[in-house]
Design a protein around this ligand. Structure first.
Ligand SMILES: Cc1ncc(COP(=O)(O)O)c(C=O)c1O
Length: 402
């Protein structure tokens, strides 16, 4: 396959009929944040203001939300896992989630009412760690299936939280199907971070859970409205939720330009956007990209609906771009804060740096409407969740092939 930077542009007419994004909007996000706030590990993750980098790249500002600080778990994913398990339990008990903050949901009383539950999922690592962590806190069980080639460090981190976790011989999408079969067979609860026809309630809650990071970023920006939001996609659940948050916050013409970024090897959202034929388009096979969190071949139905209606650009790019993002964030200019960002986490900032620096990408700067007035917001969705590979890339300069 030809590895290069490709982009599809959607002309988003504000007059056209679009799906509602209220569930991802700031009013709901505030309530969701209340739930997350009740956890003892909760703190607002930093929003790095990269002033020197913005000067260097010729734009007005660059902010990067640093999710390596999230709950001590090195990635944003626990926001979705914890909120969905919270909602699941609230539903089982006939309560609203606002009645079940951390202290109550972890109480013996709730445990007695629920009995033993087993949550099962398939994951490249970050989502599974969030599920295992939440199940552990609630004194419940979890089973985690990881795709072939998953990093041993990610497996160990999940096992350390008490989950029955293993690396399978399957790719991500087949591991999801396997987890679902096992859930049906054993009466376990499938908590998957992607939706498909007939399975949308739990992933919908997971997506809502992600909005806490957008809500925090909005507050941290103190009224500075981003002109551009860059979001990385695996199945497109996270990007759908965060795009929905900003589309709700800044309706119509006010909406920032939203750009979705994926690896060439797993660009199912890009391919679905390019075809634009009302169907979801899958990528098959091993999807061997360094961006492990984005190595997903089948779009999330709910995520795609939002992205179709509100995202402006869909990018597919080679691994070296994400590697560049890791180096740029890990080696800040002047007194800019350092962000330790993993392969999937750094993909968007890497893309921004490449587009702004590479002479031959003038066409893309134009398509994205990037100029000296641009105020850019990226989400570094993970830290160095695979430390071996982090060092191979940042220390030894792996993935320079362009
Ligand atoms: C670090 C990281 N960033 C981004 C994503 C993408 O999220 P989604 O699969 O919802 O598109 C993932 C998914 O696992 C991830 O682990």
């Amino acid at each position: 396959m030809n590895e290069c930077i490709k982009s599809v542009h959607y002309q988003q007419e504000t007059s056209k009929e679009r799906c509602s994004v209220e569930r991802f909007g700031s009013v709901h996000a505030e309530k969701i944040q209340e739930f997350h706030k009740s956890f003892p590990e909760y703190s607002v993750t930093p929003l790095a203001d990269l002033k020197n980098l913005a000067d260097e790249l010729g734009v007005a500002s660059i902010h990067v939300k640093d999710e390596s600080y999230r709950f001590g778990l090195n990635a944003f994913k626990v926001l979705g896992g914890s909120y969905c398990i919270g909602n699941y339990i609230a539903n089982r008990l006939g309560k609203d989630i606002s009645e079940l903050p951390y202290e109550k949901i972890t109480s013996d009383d709730v445990k007695k009412q629920l009995g033993k539950l087993t949550f099962v999922t398939a994951t490249d690592g970050n989502h599974g760690r969030g599920i295992a962590w939440t199940a552990n806190r609630l004194n419940q069980e979890s089973v985690v299936y990881m795709p072939k080639g998953s990093a041993p460090e990610r497996l160990k981190n999940i096992q350390a939280l008490g989950a029955d976790a293993s690396i399978t011989e399957l790719n991500y999408d087949d591991a999801v199907r396997y987890a679902n079969d096992m859930a049906e067979k054993n009466g376990w609860i499938m908590v998957q971070d992607t939706a498909w026809d007939g399975y949308e309630e739990i992933p919908g809650w997971i997506m809502e859970g992600y909005t806490t990071m957008a809500y925090e970023a909005w507050k941290q920006l103190e009224g500075e409205k981003p002109t551009h939001v860059f979001l990385q996609a695996g199945v497109g659940a996270m990007s759908g939720a965060i795009a929905g948050f900003f589309a709700d916050l800044y309706p119509g013409e006010e909406k920032p330009i939203i750009t979705i970024v994926e690896p060439n090897k797993a660009d199912c959202i890009y391919q679905t956007a390019e075809a634009n034929d009302g169907k979801l388009h899958a990528v098959n096979g091993e999807m061997n990209t360094i961006m492990a969190g984005l190595a997903c071949g089948e779009p999330c139905t709910i995520g795609w609906q939002v992205l179709h209606d509100y995202a402006d650009n869909f990018v597919s790019m080679p691994d070296y771009v994400a590697a560049k993002g890791m180096r740029v964030l890990g080696n800040p200019l002047g007194n800019d804060p350092k962000v330790v960002s993993g392969e999937s986490g750094a993909s968007t900032l890497g893309f921004v740096a490449e587009v702004l620096q590479n002479e031959s990408l003038e066409w893309l700067r134009k398509q994205l409407k990037l100029d000296k007035n641009s105020r850019i917001l990226c989400f570094s969705t993970e830290g160095d969740t695979d430390k071996d590979n982090y060092r191979k890339i940042v220390w030894d300069g792996a993935y320079p092939s362009f």
